[in-house]
Design a protein around this ligand. Structure first.
Ligand code: NAD
Ligand code: ZN
Length: 250
């Protein structure tokens, strides 16, 4: 990992604009399980039964009981780790402009990144399916499932379920940034959920270097990525930041 960390730091020093695409893996060290892979949520439950908009509309209480309640408890407790903090530091150094994230946990903003595109929404808010009123997730009363708004409508998280559209402005901006950046860091994503997984392809075709950070290879590795920093996001990002700081003073 040492050699690829050095290579990534060098590429980032030479970059005019870097952007990051992150996935569930960057939050694993904050105690949030990913969907796929070892310890992933999908080992326990079937996504088609719980994470599609049809499943939610059919039986909101079931999806609340099995998926949303647990997500709420885990996300309420989670704090940014060295991976999120490293990306915030890269922005502070003027290297990274934007984080495009598939995560809904709000940890990039908590770490200090100001420009975060949330491809799949944000779990910090829920809205009433009848009157559209918004409520902050920690204030939701869970004594009744599914929880309801004063008007009687059911609350749903402000996240994109499978089968729902990506917010068009998030998609358009991500495509533009991917085409304009000269380095894209792809951190902790299995690169299997579209259209997010296509952003590194756009970056590569537009001439950018694509650097992956992940303990495992993904479909992008060896096809789209220039190289893989093989390891957990926290360790890799803190190594890259230390190396960048060393390059800056020398
Ligand atoms: P994924 O669950 O499909 O894949 C997780 C990836 O993270 C894998 O490639 C795995 O090898 C890697 N990984 C595991 N531990 C890691 C670590 N310590 N450091 C770096 N990488 C690590 O995740 P995905 O590609 O983001 O797609 C899943 C979808 O699930 C996303 O669209 C997202 O909306 C949603 N999701 C979000 C959260 C969250 O907000 N934290 C959590 C679970 C799922
Ligand atoms: Zn309402």
């Amino acid at each position: 990992m040492r050699e690829t960390i050095q290579r990534a730091a060098k590429d980032l020093t030479n970059a005019k604009t870097a952007v990051a695409l992150t996935g569930a893996g960057i939050s694993v060290e904050s105690g949030i399980p990913p969907f796929r892979g070892k310890g992933g949520v999908w080992e326990k439950i079937d996504p088609m039964e719980y994470a599609t908009i049809d499943a939610f509309m059919r039986d909101p209480a079931k999806v609340w009981n099995v998926l949303i309640k647990e997500m709420k408890e885990i996300i309420d407790r989670a704090e940014p780790n060295e991976g999120h903090k490293g990306l915030a530091r890269l922005a502070e150094m003027g290297i990274l402009t934007t984080v495009i994230t598939q995560n809904v946990d709000g940890l990039h903003q908590a770490a200090g990144n100001e420009d975060v595109i949330e491809f799949h929404g944000n779990f910090a808010w829920h809205r009433c399916m009848d009157c559209d009123a918004s409520i902050e997730t920690p204030s939701i009363d869970l004594s009744r499932i599914p929880p309801r708004c004063g008007c009687g409508g059911i609350y749903r998280p402000e996240v994109i379920f499978f089968g729902e559209m990506i917010p068009p402005e998030a998609l358009t901006r991500s495509q533009q940034l991917s085409a304009q950046c000269d380095v894209m860091l792809v951190v902790g994503t299995s690169a299997t959920v579209q259209p997010a997984a296509y952003m590194p392809v756009i970056a590569k075709r537009s001439g950018a270097k694509v650097i992956e950070i992940n303990p495992e290879a993904s479909p992008l590795t060896a096809t789209v990525s220039d190289y893989l920093v093989k390891g957990p996001a926290g360790k890799a990002m803190s190594g890259i930041i230390a190396e960048l700081e060393r390059l800056r003073v020398s």
